[in-house]
Design a binder for this molecule. Structure first.
Ligand SMILES: [Zn+2]
Length: 310
């Protein structure tokens, strides 16, 4: 199996990493901007005998910086566009799902105690991506095999995130990133009130198990959706980061007696605007739900949380 990486585009999260596997599968083609498109297409044309050699365009999750070029490249190459079945509608029915997402985001932000003007600014600034209103998408399930790549469901960062198991290692999308930790809670508001941090930690455990089983011989590597590859130890580092943050949020809640996720987010990260309001409040809400699941905090009136009586 051959695995080639190309850095495409540049968003607030840095350049995206697209991967070409065996000249047949393109993974996470990148954001929907013309410069990224030209760069990617030129590279593919130089790497392949013909663009139509490409059979599948697979996206690890629904975020625009990953699916953005998928409809365009799939159409140009006459390839099948694929996503995990839970995330597939967000590209497949982009226009309708985007409208629903905005409503859902606004409701989640309000439940987290984010002030109305901050919510309004965030929703106003959420401009539509240049994506087709609808795109034919093949829905992938855990265990499916596509041109030698096995699908592994890795929910957490989004509800329907998938990774792909290759001979060389695992293409992990935004499940594990080398230089910062993937947002949990704010990056897919469908996960609100589902204890997404617990889901994500279980995903990391699954991933560790998969790597454990495939360690015969060479050390398997992780190929992330941003940046170049990372080592397996990164999973442990991310888990430690979340353990510390959970403890920090518990400590901040102790000082406040009772607080909303937004109040604790500003204690934790300082003033938050734009997309950072959603990511920050969502991340704190995910930690509070995690603590609630462990019986350490409880939700009281007005979306506030308080420490449970010992
Ligand atoms: Zn993402």
């Amino acid at each position: 199996m051959t695995l080639e990486r190309i850095a495409v585009g540049s968003t607030t999260e840095g350049a995206n990493s697209a991967y070409l596997v065996d000249g047949r599968v393109l993974v996470d083609p990148g954001p929907p901007v013309d410069t990224a498109w030209t760069h990617l297409r030129d590279w593919l044309e130089a790497s392949l005998e013909a663009l139509t050699d490409l059979e599948y365009v697979v996206c690890t999750h629904w975020h625009a910086d990953h699916v953005g070029l998928a409809p365009r490249i799939a159409s140009a190459a006459e390839a099948t566009c694929c996503l995990g079945h839970v995330d597939a509608p967000l590209l497949g029915a982009y226009r309708d799902e985007r409208a629903r997402r905005l409503e859902r985001d606004a409701a989640a932000l309000a439940a987290w105690g984010v002030p109305r003007p901050v919510i309004e600014e965030l929703i106003d600034r959420d401009t539509p991506s240049p994506l087709p209103e609808t795109t034919p998408v093949r829905r992938l399930h855990d265990g499916d095999v596509l041109a030698g790549l096995q699908v592994l469901e890795t929910p957490g960062h989004t509800r329907g995130h998938i990774a792909l198991l290759a001979d060389e290692g695992v293409l992990v999308g935004d499940t594990v990133l080398p230089t910062y930790t993937p947002n949990i809670g704010g990056s897919d508001t469908r996960t609100a009130k589902t204890n997404p941090l617990k889901t994500y930690i279980e995903t990391l455990e699954t991933l560790e198990g998969v790597l454990e089983r495939s360690t015969e011989g060479s050390e398997p590597r992780l190929y992330p959706g941003h940046g170049s590859r990372c080592e397996r130890t990164r999973i442990h580092d991310i888990r430690t980061h979340h353990e510390r943050r959970t403890e920090r949020i518990r400590g901040l809640l102790e000082e406040r007696d009772s607080a909303t996720p937004w109040e604790l987010a500003t204690d934790c990260f300082g003033s938050l605007g734009g997309i950072h309001a959603k990511f920050g409040a969502g991340e704190v809400a995910a930690h509070l739900e995690y603590l609630e699941g462990a019986g350490a905090v409880s939700e009281v009136d007005g979306g506030k949380y308080t420490l449970s009586a010992a």
